[in-house]
Design a protein around this ligand. Structure first.
Ligand code: ZN
Length: 516
């Protein structure tokens, strides 16, 4: 069995998904879960992009001990210096350098000749090797590059000290057969290729990211880059959970394996989905709600007689629990703490205490507290970090069939001032959002609004996801409450607070937009 290293870029390429803006606490929680999943490498961000990116990469590098933490860097010395400052505290610092190699990117984006690109690539790898024990080099838009040129530059960066060579399909253009041929070409035409490991990085614009990644493995790649749930730029990246399970289920064919703890897949998927607000389609492979549901009578009959008639993957393999534990009114602090740990969350004693209060409040209103309820409460407690901006004090909404819906809202701003406003709207949620917009004194455009119940039953918690545009910036927010209107208000405030948070960081440092 060949070992395939898993390079997770959920926190870098995944976070570049439209409308996704994770804060430091959220990134840390995802990084910790990726460590439990046993990914080999975590790409934590792009340290030179902004102060916020720098700080989160630094903190993740210092926190994670069992995965290697890396950061992206352009082929310029200042980026490499900043990345070293962010990554040097890590268990195994590595740098991810990139430069574009396709004619179209070199001519129009970089405005450099191929010779200049080789020179920049080689000198930046040499410079990075002064600090970093491991340097990975990526040929951006490799799949639309001329193969002889690609082989030439790859040979030169290996000579300069790169030990991982990544061949990204940056624009999601390649097909599996062609992708395999690029790996074959490089293995045949780069003299020192045996010294390094080859890596694949695929985008899903034509729905082939996973198939392309698997083709790369068949043609010599020993590292696969991707994201959890396949989130990322445009149509997203290769879904790591699909690749890992495909290798496991079809080991007879691929004869390759990852070091992932597959039982952590479902939990990781849930966490990423909730924190990014990117919900999964029910039919998503491996992690979708229906991925293990047998609906047809003939299939159900077969599965009851013998599971393997229609089931090639057992839900337990990827950590799908059929019987979720239930807590209730009489459960104590100890039971709550145990469950939080079993669910994979890291909470301080103070956070547990606050969670316990919220848990008791909920248990008074709701008989069974499921794992999903608990996770919703943990999210509210742990990731609602915008207390320096707006906080909800109270809402009152009036609705009647022949009346004009009216809302009154009281908010606290970051300085402890109370803001009170009232407004009407065509419906309850609109009146509420019109009122909140008045409180914020800035125009907020609602782009998307979704509501779901956390678990079944009439007494279920409501969870609302919104996407908004404020000051030409798109971001998402979420809110949970027992009442749908309160959850709606919280989600809206959460989204607007995120915009203010990002603006504050941008004032400190202009964010560089990159697409690798
Ligand atoms: Zn990418």
């Amino acid at each position: 069995m060949r070992k395939i290293n898993i390079f997770d870029t959920t926190l870098r390429d995944g976070e570049q998904s439209a409308g996704v803006n994770l804060n430091l606490q959220e990134k840390l929680e995802i990084a910790r879960q990726l460590e439990r999943l046993k990914v080999d490498i975590i790409e934590a961000g792009f340290p030179a992009a902004s102060k916020g990116d720098f700080q989160s990469v630094k903190q993740i590098a210092e926190t994670i001990k069992h995965s290697s933490v890396t950061g992206l860097s352009r082929s310029v010395q200042s980026d490499i210096d900043t990345a070293w400052e962010a990554l040097k505290g890590g268990a195994e610092p590595r740098l991810h350098l990139f430069i574009a190699t396709s004619p179209i990117h070199m001519a129009h984006k970089l405005r450099m000749t191929p010779e200049q690109v080789i020179e920049a690539a080689v000198s930046s790898v040499k410079y990075a090797k002064r600090y970093f024990p491991i340097v990975q080099w990526s040929a951006e838009d490799a799949c639309r590059s001329e193969l002889p040129f690609l082989a030439e530059i790859v040979a030169k960066v290996i000579e300069a000290g790169a030990s991982v060579i990544n061949i990204p399909d940056t624009v999601g253009y390649i097909t599996p057969k062609e992708y395999g041929e690029i790996f074959d070409f490089l293995r045949k035409n780069v003299p020192n290729i045996e010294k390094i490991s080859l890596s694949a990085h695929c985008h899903d614009d034509l729905g082939m990211a996973v198939a392309n990644s698997l083709a790369a493995i068949e043609h010599g790649a020993t590292q696969i880059e991707g994201t959890i749930n396949g989130i990322g730029e445009r149509a997203g990246n290769a879904a790591l959970e699909e690749i890992a399970v495909a290798l496991y289920i079809r080991k007879d064919y691929y004869k390759a394996e990852t070091g992932l703890n597959l039982q952590e897949i479902k939990r990781t998927s849930n966490l990423v989905s909730k924190l990014t607000g990117m919900t999964l389609p029910a039919n998503k492979a491996i992690v979708g709600k229906n991925a293990f549901a047998h609906e047809s009578g003939i299939h159900q009959d077969g599965v009851l007689k013998e599971k393997t008639t229609y089931e090639i993957i057992s839900p337990e393999l990827v950590g799908v629990q059929s019987n979720s534990m239930v807590l209730g009114k009489h459960s104590g602090r100890h039971a709550l703490r145990n469950r939080v740990v079993e669910l994979g969350y890291t909470l301080s004693e103070a956070e547990i205490n606050k969670l316990f209060v919220r848990f008791k409040e909920l248990a008074d209103k709701k008989k069974d507290i499921t794992d999903d309820d608990l996770v919703a409460l943990i999210f509210e407690e742990k990731f609602d970090l915008f207390k320096e901006f707006y906080q909800l004090s109270s809402i009152q909404v009036q609705y009647g069939t022949n009346q004009i819906p009216t809302a009154v809202v009281v908010l606290m701003d970051g300085q402890g001032n109370e803001i009170q406003e009232a407004a009407t709207g065509a419906g309850s949620v609109e009146s509420l959002y019109n009122t909140l917009e008045r409180c914020f004194k800035t125009e907020v455009k609602l782009l998307d609004y979704r509501i779901e119940s956390v678990s079944g039953g009439r007494d279920a918690l409501a969870q609302v996801f919104v996407k908004v545009r404020v000051n030409e910036m798109e971001t998402s927010g979420r809110g949970t409450a027992q009442d749908v209107l309160e959850a709606s208000a919280k989600a809206y405030i959460n989204a607007v607070n995120r915009v203010f948070m990002i603006e504050k960081m941008r004032e400190e440092n202009q964010k560089v937009v990159i697409k690798n």
